[in-house]
Design a protein around this ligand. Structure first.
Ligand code: F6P
Length: 343
């Protein structure tokens, strides 16, 4: 078989592990030829690709980013985009496409399946918000990076008797905030799933200080919103090809509001793309590798329209349509559990 591979959307630690898994299993076990499109769907539209070999995918397992490059390109927003995808697939003589991506990239994949293009998806996102899989690769690395940052912020918060607000990524889902906040011992965690009341946040901080503590850590997901407000973006309302606004800045508003209401000196830190960069933790290398291997097995079986996924400790295949039908958000039960540690 000849199989095309692409990495779309925001990059994510572990992408190279997936590519390596695809290539090793594809070439060494199945005898396939692998073609890597550059910059996600943009490379498919332009038919810009390189052959992937054991040699050019060697030494990439521990490297962050993606050797193929990525972009937020939506072929369905480009005039004649689907026909161009079809043409690139035909010109390259491909029997299958393996897009590695999140809700947007796999949303495109699902629509291409309906157009008769043979696709097997691989779930990627640091946000961990794809349904159908227990975890996406990249998430554990982002959580570790955020937890390390919270540990560091703890010591400086304590030295200065300050409230420190840490903004982490998580556009629609508070998985990174919940996990890093729990691991880092945050005193309040704010997630997009639960619009927050600023007076309640301040009440929790005051309660903690009344017990003799002199500092607090608040972890907030970038997509968290106040009960009486909107998503905060410091970047205006401009949207990408999938209709998403660029987020960032809720921590700025929180720093001001908390200091004004409580009188405690406050500082904020926005972690941003640090959470997506650099070397993947071992968990993500293993998960990415297993996803890559299974994606090739699925393509070899002709099991198209599927996404590889993690269920417990097993790698399984689920319909891409199911995985992209809705986002996987933080369950209320988990948030309640974490709430034990607030204030
Ligand atoms: O989808 C992953 C993610 O990191 C989100 O958490 C964040 O909102 C977004 O990507 C940022 O995207 P970009 O790198 O395009 O600014």
């Amino acid at each position: 078989m000849r199989i095309g591979v692409l990495t779309g959307g925001g990059d994510c630690p572990g992408l190279n592990a997936v590519i390596r898994g695809i290539v090793r299993n594809g070439i060494n076990r199945h005898g396939h030829a692998l073609i890597g499109f550059r910059y996600g769907w943009a490379g498919v539209l332009k038919n810009e690709a390189v052959e992937l070999t054991n040699t050019n995918t060697s030494g990439i397992l521990h490297r962050g980013g993606t050797i193929l490059g990525s972009s937020r390109t939506n072929p369905f927003k480009v005039e004649g985009g689907v026909d161009q995808v079809r043409e690139s697939v035909a010109q390259r003589g491909l029997d299958a496409l393996i897009p590695i991506g999140g809700e947007d990239t796999l949303g495109v994949a699902r629509r291409l399946v309906d157009e008769g293009i043979p696709v097997v998806g691989v779930p990627k996102t640091i946000d961990n918000d794809l349904a159908g899989t227990d975890f996406t690769f990249g998430f554990q690395t982002a959580v570790q990076i955020a937890t390390d940052a919270i540990d560091r912020l703890h010591t400086t918060a304590e030295s200065h008797n300050r409230v420190i607000i840490v903004e982490v990524m998580g556009r629609h889902a508070g998985w990174i905030a919940t996990y890093s906040g729990l691991a880092g011992g945050a005193d309040v965690i704010l997630v997009p799933e639960r619009p927050f009341d600023i007076d309640e946040v301040c009440r929790l901080i005051r309660r903690r200080h009344s017990r003799g503590n002199t500092f607090s850590i608040v972890v907030v997901a970038e997509g968290a919103t106040p009960k009486d407000g909107d998503i905060v973006s410091e970047f205006g309302g401009a949207t990408d090809a999938f209709g998403h606004v660029r987020l960032g800045g809720i921590a700025v508003a929180l720093e001001k509001a908390i200091e004004e209401r409580t009188g405690y000196e406050s500082r904020m830190t926005i972690l941003g793309h640090v959470q997506r960069g650099g070397t993947p933790v071992a968990y993500d290398r293993v998960l990415g590798t297993r996803f890559g291997v299974e994606a090739i097995d699925a393509a070899s079986d002709g099991d198209f329209g599927k996404m590889v996924a993690l269920r417990g400790t097993d790698i399984v295949r689920v319909p891409i349509a199911d995985a992209t039908a809705k986002l996987k958000t933080v369950e209320p039960e988990l948030y309640e559990e974490v709430g034990v540690f607030f204030g």
